[in-house]
Design a protein around this ligand. Structure first.
Ligand code: HEC
Ligand code: HEC
Ligand code: HEC
Ligand code: HEC
Ligand code: HEC
Ligand code: HEC
Ligand code: HEC
Ligand code: HEC
Ligand code: HEC
Ligand code: HEC
Length: 290
C-alpha cells in the first residue's frame, strides 16, 4: 500500500480487509491501559515510530486487544511468537505490499523462510533508520553473509565499510525481478546509476562490457586493483586464448625483472596498448587501442 493510501486508512480508521482476515478486530481501547501490565520497554521505541500514530494502534497487529486488556487473557491477542513465518509476513504485508516490498513473494529471502522480523523489529530495533534489529543495515546482512563482509575488507572495494554506500544501494533485500535481488533492471544498469560514463553506446563495443560488468569486476571487493577479478594479463586471457599475442603464455620471465620482459606483461600489461577496455569511440579504435 502506498504511503498516501495507507494514511487515508489511518485518517478514516477504516479496517484493512486483508488485515481483518489475518488479525481479528478489536473494540475501542486506550493504549495507555496496556502499560498497567506490560513492561514500559514495549512502548519506548514504538512511540517514536509511525506505527504508534496509527488509528487502531496496537490492534493493527495484535488483534482483539480490548478484550485482552479487560481480562489479561493472553489467548485473545495475536502473539508473533506463535505465528508461522508466512503469517507474520502477512500481517506486515497487509500494509507494506507495494513499493520496495512489492516483490517479496518468491524472492530469495522469502524462499529461504526469512521473515520481516528477521531484519526488522517493531518494539526493539537498534538502527536509527528503518527499524532494523542491528545498529546498521550492513550489520543486519553480515549476520548471514559473512563472505560478503570478507570481500568488502579487500584492498580495492566499494566504500561500503567506510559507510558511504550500503548493500541496499545495489540490492533490494525484499526481493526484485532481477537475479541476485539487484535493484535495477540488470547488473549493468545498476552500475550505470553511478558510473554513467561506461553506458555507451560506443563505436567499438567490447562484448563482455556490454554483457555484464561482473565478468571483470567483483562488486564487493578484490585484492587486485580496481575491483578486478584477476590480475592482468590473466584477466584478459581468461577469454582471449586462441590467437597470436593475446594467447601467449606470460610468466615471471616476461616480467620487468625477468630475462625477457614483454611489453604485454609489464606495467599495465595488455592495457599498455588496449587502453579503451570499456569501448572506444575513435574511428580506428577497433582494437580498443585508442
Ligand atoms: C491485566 C493485565 C494486562 C493488560 C491490561 C494487558 N495485557 Fe497483554 N498480556 C497480559 C498477560 C498476562 C500476557 C501473557 C504473558 C506475556 O506474554 O506477557 C499478555 C500478553 C500480551 C501479548 C503477547 C505477547 C507475546 O509474548 O507475544 C500482547 C501482544 C499483548 N499482551 C498486548 C496487549 C495490549 C495491546 C494491551 C492493551 C490494549 C494489553 N496487552 C493489556 C496481561 C495484560
Ligand atoms: C506494526 C505492528 C505492531 C504494533 C502496531 C504493535 N505491535 Fe506489539 N509486537 C509486534 C511485533 C512484530 C512483535 C514481536 C517483537 C518485535 O518485533 O518487536 C510484538 C511484540 C509485542 C509484545 C511482546 C514483547 C516481547 O518482548 O516479547 C507485547 C507485549 C506487545 N507487542 C504489545 C504491544 C502494544 C501494547 C502495542 C500498542 C501500544 C503494540 N504491541 C503495537 C507488532 C506490533
Ligand atoms: C496497519 C498498517 C501497518 C502494519 C500492519 C504494519 N505497518 Fe509498518 N508502517 C506503517 C506506516 C503507515 C508506516 C509509515 C509510512 C511508511 O513508511 O510506509 C510504516 C513504516 C514502517 C517501516 C519504516 C520505518 C522507517 O523508519 O522508515 C518499517 C521498517 C515497517 N513499517 C515495518 C513493519 C513490519 C515489520 C510490520 C509487521 C510486523 C509492519 N510494519 C506492519 C503501517 C503498517
Ligand atoms: C534481509 C533483511 C530484510 C528483510 C527480511 C526485510 N527487510 Fe525491510 N528493510 C531492510 C533494510 C536493510 C531496509 C533499509 C534499506 C531499504 O530501504 O531498502 C528496509 C526497509 C524497509 C522499509 C522502509 C523503507 C521502505 O521500503 O519503504 C519497510 C516499510 C520495510 N523494510 C518493510 C519490510 C517488510 C514488510 C518485510 C517483510 C515482508 C521486510 N521489510 C523484510 C531489510 C529487510
Ligand atoms: C537470516 C539470514 C540472512 C540475512 C540476515 C540476510 N540474508 Fe541475504 N540471503 C540469505 C539466504 C539463506 C540466501 C540464499 C542464498 C544462499 O544460500 O546463500 C540469501 C541470498 C541473498 C542474495 C542473493 C539472492 C539470489 O537471488 O541469489 C542477496 C543479494 C542477499 N541475500 C542480500 C542480503 C542483504 C542486502 C541483506 C541485508 C539487508 C541480507 N541478505 C540479509 C540469508 C540472509
Ligand atoms: C555496487 C553494488 C553492490 C553493492 C553495494 C553490494 N552488492 Fe552484493 N552483489 C552485487 C552484484 C553485481 C552481485 C552479483 C550479481 C551476479 O552475479 O549477477 C552481487 C551479489 C551478491 C550476493 C550473491 C552472492 C553470490 O555469490 O551469489 C550476495 C549475498 C550479496 N551480493 C550481498 C551483499 C551485501 C550483504 C552487501 C552489503 C555489504 C552487498 N551485497 C553490497 C552488487 C552489489
Ligand atoms: C551507488 C553508487 C555506485 C554504484 C551503484 C556502483 N558504484 Fe562503483 N563506485 C562508486 C563509488 C562511490 C566508488 C569509489 C570512487 C572513489 O573512491 O573515488 C566506486 C568505485 C568503483 C571502481 C573503482 C574501484 C577502485 O579501486 O578504484 C570500480 C571498478 C567500480 N566502482 C565498479 C562498479 C561496478 C562494476 C558496479 C556495478 C556492479 C558499480 N561500480 C556500481 C559508486 C557506485
Ligand atoms: C573486460 C573486462 C572489463 C569489463 C567487462 C568491465 N571493466 Fe571496468 N575496468 C576494467 C579494467 C582492466 C579496469 C582498469 C582500467 C584502468 O585503470 O585504466 C577497469 C576500471 C574500471 C573503473 C575504474 C575507472 C577509473 O578510472 O578508475 C570503473 C568505475 C569501471 N571499470 C566500471 C565498469 C563498469 C560500470 C563496467 C560495466 C559496464 C565495467 N567496468 C566492465 C575491465 C573491465
Ligand atoms: C569475459 C570474456 C572477455 C574478457 C575477460 C576480455 N575480453 Fe576482450 N573480447 C571478448 C569478446 C567476446 C570480444 C569480441 C570478439 C569478437 O567479436 O570476435 C572481445 C574483443 C576484444 C578486442 C577487439 C578485438 C576484436 O577481435 O574485435 C580486444 C582488443 C580485446 N577484446 C581486448 C581485451 C583486453 C585487453 C582484455 C583485458 C582487459 C579483455 N579483452 C578481456 C571477451 C573478453
Ligand atoms: C604492444 C602493444 C600491444 C599489447 C601490449 C597487447 N596488444 Fe593486443 N593487439 C595489439 C595490436 C596492434 C592489435 C591489432 C591486431 C594485430 O596487429 O595483431 C592487437 C590485437 C588484439 C586482439 C584482436 C586480434 C587478435 O589477435 O585476436 C586481441 C583480442 C588482443 N589484441 C588482446 C590482447 C591481450 C589479451 C593482451 C595482453 C595479454 C594484448 N592484446 C596486449 C597490440 C597490443
Amino acid at each position: 500500500m502506498s504511503r498516501a493510501a495507507c494514511s487515508v486508512l489511518i485518517v478514516f480508521g477504516v479496517f484493512v480487509p486483508a488485515l481483518t482476515a489475518q488479525v481479528p478486530a478489536s473494540a475501542p481501547f486506550n493504549p495507555q491501559d496496556c502499560k498497567t501490565c506490560h513492561d514500559p520497554a514495549v512502548f519506548e521505541r514504538l512511540e517514536r515510530t509511525h506505527h504508534a500514530g496509527m488509528s487502531r494502534s496496537c490492534a493493527n497487529c495484535h488483534g482483539n486487544v480490548a478484550e485482552h486488556a479487560a481480562t489479561g487473557d493472553p489467548s485473545l491477542v495475536v502473539s508473533f511468537k506463535s505465528l508461522q513465518p508466512k503469517q507474520q509476513n502477512d500481517v506486515c504485508l497487509s500494509c507494506h505490499e507495494r513499493g520496495d516490498q512489492a516483490n517479496w513473494h518468491g524472492g530469495m529471502h522469502d524462499r529461504r523462510k526469512l521473515t520481516c522480523l528477521t531484519c526488522h523489529s517493531v518494539h526493539s530495533f537498534e538502527s536509527t533508520d528503518s527499524q532494523l534489529r542491528a545498529s546498521s543495515e550492513q550489520a543486519v546482512c553480515y549476520t548471514c553473509h559473512a563472505n560478503v563482509r570478507a570481500q568488502t575488507m579487500r584492498t580495492s572495494h566499494h566504500p561500503i565499510r567506510e559507510g558511504k554506500m550500503g548493500c541496499a544501494d545495489c540490492h533490494n533485500p525484499h526481493g526484485s525481478p532481477t537475479p541476485k535481488m539487484i535493484r535495477a533492471a540488470s547488473v549493468n544498469d545498476q552500475c550505470f546509476e553511478c558510473h554513467a560514463e561506461f553506458r555507451g553506446p560506443f563505436l567499438w563495443e567490447h562484448a563482455p562490457v556490454r554483457e555484464n560488468c561482473v565478468s571483470c569486476h567483483n562488486a564487493h571487493g578484490s585484492n587486485h586493483e580496481r575491483l578486478l577479478v584477476a590480475r592482468q594479463p590473466f584477466l584478459c586471457q581468461r577469454c582471449h586464448l586462441a590467437t597470436r599475442h593475446p594467447g601467449t603464455l606470460y610468466d615471471f620471465r616476461n616480467s620487468s625483472r625477468g630475462p625477457s620482459p614483454s611489453n604485454r606483461a609489464v606495467e599495465r600489461s595488455c592495457r599498455n596498448c588496449h587502453t579503451q577496455v570499456h569501448g572506444s569511440n575513435h574511428p580506428s579504435g577497433a582494437y580498443l587501442g585508442r
